[in-house]
Design a protein around this ligand. Structure first.
Ligand code: AMP
Length: 640
């Protein structure tokens, strides 16, 4: 593929802020992309040349870019610096200089995506003597052969400033639009260009107004269509479904379910490898879609849903259930292949260097050639031997210097609670019980260094209650409850795991802003900005989108809340609104964290709206002091 084609898509993406339009543009690009270019196009779309979890960096500074621009255009560094100060973006500076140079020179060869990609990757691999000069010439070579707008995007990519706004969700949806059939009712056929365009006022292909009415469209099938009456049929025909161009569902609700199912299929593949490049290749190949799990490539960790009362546990997870301590440390995915190790945090950052002291511990105490372990890393006080709260070890994660010294001062213990891969075999489909049995077999416990999480398998509510109390007494956060027959589900809160921990005291807060939702909640204001007060000022302290109900019988609904809030709107900005501070709500949450994001300096973690407090005046809402008090109290509990 020529790089200029990719650039024309970057330009399209730059022009719109609308999610649907961006998704459409990317899907169109992917349709035009041959398999041999696919990985590179997907990485470049994200402004990178390695997958997100790969920590290799191009290592190109603005200074070096200035030298490369100078070499390619003949402009001197001072002039480039001056333009940079004036325009503020080296991409635009390169564009300007290349454009004036191109008026005086005739020749340049056409740049391919492959060439740009390989020069950029080479930047990351250079080491040793003469590296700077080699880097300059790799960048200058690209600039010499590029047009002015190509130069702009090359420089922005190199400096990690692509700014075309492709969030993960947009890329995921675009992949689904490209490799799964279009669902009629989510997509509509344009009478003019005959293309299927997503529900929008205009056809995104030709700008003609489209009739986005489900009923009319269902009578206008497209070529190579399949009629489907239920979501179950899709699941049964999983291997065949992608041979069709479009699906006609029996009604609007089924159409939405099918569409969501396609999106989740892409998400599931992504959760196994964290690499949309690999996902697109697996789907383009069209045969059975497989993503192989390999040590070195992080898997999105399985997540837990909150359990409100212990009484519901067996209903939610079956009986007996696996109960474990919920430790207050940080999640670590330990990957090992022979002598090579990777330690991925929940954000998929490899923190091997910061925790190198764990390598011999793992080598000596885990039986296996290659494995992926899911663990919680907990700090402990070498003197008292007690667990330390997360705050104390969090500094080790970001540490760049004095790593050995801090490792001695703040030693950590590996608590293994799951296994995903062992000796060449993917264990995702084994049951929780089987996986737990494996970790008990392969891990030799050395207190203070490595162990498996404390657990019990029980059908007794009484016993769970005791286990919970014991866990809190030891300074843990609560308990984890796990369904013994469920497989490991990367990346999702599917309910196979639940967490149970004490709620802190509820706070009465006022809603000061809100945002319209997506999908079935598109018509409702469904996330709410919460504020507490400090003297006469309102200070934001979090954003909540949970706790409300879909149906009236179940309690306060999104619809009711939307009506109440819409009458209070003072300003609209896109999908966000600012409202008069009138609606007071009772909010429960799991924790209060310090946060620079909100004006109060605090953020409620997992806030849920419990009730409207129509009885409360604004002057009686929670104060900043209340938040500070809960914050301190919770630290007290953790440090016991
Ligand atoms: P939360 O962050 O509150 O959603 O709780 C989930 C987190 O609890 C996981 O990501 C782990 O880091 C942590 N955790 C602590 N103990 C366990 C355990 N026994 N099993 C699974 N996760 C645990």
């Amino acid at each position: 593929m020529e790089y200029s084609l990719l650039v024309s898509f970057y330009e399209g993406l730059e022009k719109t802020t609308k999610r649907l339009e961006k998704t459409y543009i990317i899907a169109k690009l992917l349709q035009e992309t041959k398999e041999e270019d696919l990985l590179q196009v997907i990485y470049l779309l994200q402004g990178r040349v390695f997958p997100a979890h790969d920590s290799r960096e191009l290592g190109v500074s603005s200074r070096l870019v200035i030298k490369a621009i100078s070499q390619a255009t003949g402009a001197n560094s001072e002039h480039i610096e001056m333009l940079w100060a004036e325009i503020g973006d080296l991409g635009l500076v390169a564009e300007k200089l290349i454009s004036s140079k191109k008026q005086t020179t005739l020749f340049s060869s056409k740049l391919s995506v492959k060439k740009v990609f390989s020069n950029l990757q080479a930047l990351a691999t250079l080491e040793g003597k003469g590296t700077v000069a080699k880097k300059i010439s790799l960048v200058a070579e690209l600039l010499t052969n590029s047009s002015s707008n190509e130069a702009k995007f090359i420089i922005r990519t190199i400096l990690s400033q692509l700014r075309v706004g492709i969030a993960e969700g947009i890329l995921r949806d675009a992949i689904s639009w490209t490799y799964f059939p279009k669902v009629v009712g989510i997509f509509f056929k344009c009478d003019k260009c005959k293309q299927l365009s997503p529900k929008s006022e205009k056809c995104l292909n030709c700008n003609e107004k489209i009739d986005a009415n489900f009923k009319t469209e269902i009578q206008k099938p497209h070529k190579n269509c399949m009629e489907i009456s239920s979501i179950e049929e899709i699941k049964k025909q999983k291997n065949k479904i992608r041979n069709y161009d479009c699906i006609i569902a029996k009604d609007e609700k089924t159409a939405r379910e099918i569409y969501n199912n396609f999106i989740s299929q892409v998400q599931e593949l992504y959760d196994m490898c964290n690499d949309f490049g690999q996902v697109a290749i697996a789907l383009k190949n069209n045969s059975t879609v497989t993503i192989t799990i390999n040590p070195g490539t992080p898997i999105n960790p399985m997540l837990a849903v909150r359990l409100d009362t212990l009484k519901e546990v067996f209903e939610a997870l079956g009986s007996p259930v696996l109960v474990e301590y919920k430790l207050d440390g940080f999640r670590l995915q330990i990957h090992c292949h022979k002598d090579k190790f990777w330690f991925f945090t929940r954000n998929l950052e490899n923190v091997l260097n910061q925790f190198e002291e764990l390598i011999p511990v793992i080598k000596d105490n885990v039986k296996g050639n290659s494995f992926i372990l899911d663990c919680e890393i907990v700090g402990h006080d070498p003197k008292s031997k007690k667990y330390l709260p997360f705050q104390n070890i969090s500094q080790r994660i970001k540490r760049k210097y004095d790593i050995e010294k801090t490792a001695k001062e703040i030693p950590v213990e590996i608590n293994v609670f799951d296994i995903i891969y062992l000796n060449g075999k993917d264990l995702l489909n084994l049951t929780q019980k089987e996986r737990r049995a494996i970790i008990e077999k392969i891990i030799a416990k050395v207190p203070g260094k490595i162990t498996t999480t404390n657990y019990s398998m029980t059908s007794s509510l009484n016993e769970i209650g005791k286990f919970y109390k014991e866990s809190l007494k030891r300074g843990n956060e609560g308990i984890m409850l796990k369904n013994l027959s469920k497989k490991y589900t990367p990346g999702r809160r599917v309910g196979g795991w639940m967490k149970f921990k004490p709620n802190l005291e509820p706070l009465d807060l006022v809603i000061v802003g809100a945002t319209y939702g997506e999908g079935k909640r598109a018509a409702f204001l469904s996330s709410y900005v919460l504020a507490c007060k400090n003297n006469n000022k309102l200070l934001e302290c979090g954003m909540s989108s949970s706790g409300l109900k879909e149906k009236k019988e179940e309690g306060l609904t999104y619809e009711e809340m939307t009506k109440l809030l819409e009458s209070l709107i003072t300003k609209k900005e896109g999908r966000n609104v600012i409202v008069k501070p009138k609606l007071i709500v009772e909010v429960i949450y799991e924790e209060i964290q310090k946060s620079p994001t909100y004006s109060s300096g605090y953020a409620l973690r997992f806030p849920r709206i419990k009730n409207l407090r129509t009885d409360k005046p604004l002057k009686d809402i929670a104060t900043l002091e209340d938040l500070e008090r809960v914050y301190e109290k919770q630290r007290g509990r953790n440090t016991k």
